[in-house]
Design a protein around this ligand. Structure first.
Ligand SMILES: NC(=O)c1ccc[n+]([C@@H]2O[C@H](COP(=O)([O-])OP(=O)(O)OC[C@H]3O[C@@H](n4cnc5c(N)ncnc54)[C@H](O)[C@@H]3O)[C@@H](O)[C@H]2O)c1
Length: 410
């Protein structure tokens, strides 16, 4: 097996999770890294044993190398479009963090760039690579829920605004210029994409949405000169052309103990989706923790319906069953992790018909999230067609860095 030599762009927090996962994937090696912050990329290089000559502050220099096979993009939200497009135009396959982009228009720019360049693109969506999602999708396809009519996409934190009252996280999460949006474009992306995917990617009909940023902001938590510029709550109601409705609730902070979970309801049964994977599953854990059988999360399904003519409910621990599934059929491991899946696609072990099309799912998820924001701006519900036409690119075209300006061309 030929070694896959990978370069990483953006050596912040999430790059560490990617590095842990890369360390578990045989035949892959991260050989170069780039961050606009020299001290940061040097510390990262030391942590992972990557020598100084393979560290860059300007990713365009790294992309001139001819000994890299793939690029992993770990910059923040509003840089996904400019950097991913540059990566693919330079001739590299691209793995991009979520959200694909802050607007539908920007997500489509990435999607179209992959088609135009012929490069293999994937978007990190950990919630769709696990048994919870596969089983929910299969149960729906087999008709176990009957005719679907309503679903709910939910995420809640009592108080957890990354970069604000979660200080270890990047401040970019709460910046309009870089993070762009709050919880809906953060954990909401995992919940929305999972719902769309398990329901078979229904075509969007209408959306009404509102967002706010009214949860108390303790002024002592923001250093002078910084502001909290994004939402802390987004809610909406969407309808699809197949008649199904979806209510959407995503917050980062709410004075409330719990707001329920995501679910899907049909004429014959309902499915609750508990502890949806937002943290990368088993491979995101160190080798020691994996061997000890630890789980980052425990995705679980609860089914409510009829069996033998009687009302019944049952619980499926998807993490444990998922491990057994892989023991029985090792190929299923290809469907349990984003990075493993992308590598299998790059190596030709998966093709366009057998892989999960994360770029398409991520782009349609961006359509839904953008619809919530556009609906609020218009003070009315919007149709899917309108959002496709109205959505604007907001991605950075010019970036000031500690060493100069990067002009992006996309
Ligand atoms: N932190 C998490 O737990 C987490 C989880 C899942 C997904 N994500 C996603 O990952 C992305 C990054 O998040 P993060 O928390 O790692 O942010 P971060 O700010 O810690 O890391 C981003 C890094 O990119 C660097 N960067 C910016 N512009 C660059 C450029 N032009 N070239 C090279 N480097 C550049 C920054 O200096 C920074 O070090 C976000 O889109 C986020 O939604 C983060």
């Amino acid at each position: 097996m030929k070694e896959l030599r990978i370069g990483i762009i953006g050596t912040g927090m999430i790059s560490n999770r990617h590095m842990t996962i890369w360390s578990h994937i045989p035949g892959t090696k991260v050989v170069a890294g780039c961050d606009i912050d020299q001290a940061k990329v040097r510390a990262w290089g030391e942590r992972y044993g990557i020598p100084e000559e393979d560290l860059y502050v300007d990713f365009r220099e790294m992309l001139k190398r001819d000994d890299l096979n793939a690029i992993d993009v770990c910059v923040h939200n509003n840089l996904h479009t400019p950097v991913s497009v540059a990566v693919m135009k330079a001739g590299f396959p691209c793995y991009c963090e979520k959200p694909m982009a802050a607007s539908y228009a920007d997500a489509k720019i990435i999607y179209d760039a992959a088609k135009a360049t012929g490069q293999k693109l994937a978007v990190q969506l950990s919630s769709i690579y696990n048994l919870q999602t596969r089983l929910a999708k299969k149960m729906i396809e087999e008709g176990k829920l009957g005719k679907l009519y309503h679903a709910r996409s939910v995420g809640h934190r009592r108080e957890g605004r990354p970069g604000f009252d979660m200080p270890n996280f990047s401040r970019d999460f709460i910046s309009k210029e870089i993070g762009v949006h709050g919880p809906l474009c953060d954990l909401g992306i995992y919940h929305l994409s999972q719902m769309l995917y398990v329901m078979g990617m229904p075509e969007l009909d209408t959306v009404f949405g509102v967002s706010s940023a009214d949860y108390y902001q303790d002024p002592r938590l923001l250093p002078p000169g910084l502001t909290y510029d994004v939402e802390d709550l987004s809610v909406g109601i969407a309808t699809f052309k197949n008649g199904v409705s979806l209510d959407i609730y995503e917050d980062w902070a709410m004075h409330m103990d719990e707001v329920g979970t995501s679910f899907i309801a049909g004429s014959l049964g309902g499915l609750k989706l508990l502890d949806v994977d937002t943290s990368g599953g088993d491979l995101a854990l160190s080798k020691e923790r994996r061997l000890a059988g630890a789980s980052a999360q425990k995705p679980t399904l609860e089914f409510f319906g009829y069996e033998d003519g009687m009302k019944t409910s049952k619980v499926i621990n998807c993490q444990e069953n998922g491990r057994r599934e892989v023991l029985a059929d090792p190929r299923m491991a290809l469907y349990n992790d984003n990075q493993v899946h992308w590598v299998a696609y790059l190596r030709g072990e998966l093709d366009d018909s057998s892989r999960i099309d994360s770029p398409y799912i991520a782009m349609e998820t961006a359509l839904l999230s953008d619809a919530i924001f556009l609906s609020q701006a218009q003070h009315r519900s919007v149709t899917g067609e309108e959002v496709r036409a109205m959505s604007q690119s907001v991605a950075l075209r010019r970036q000031e860095t500690p060493w100069g300006v990067i002009e992006y061309d996309f």
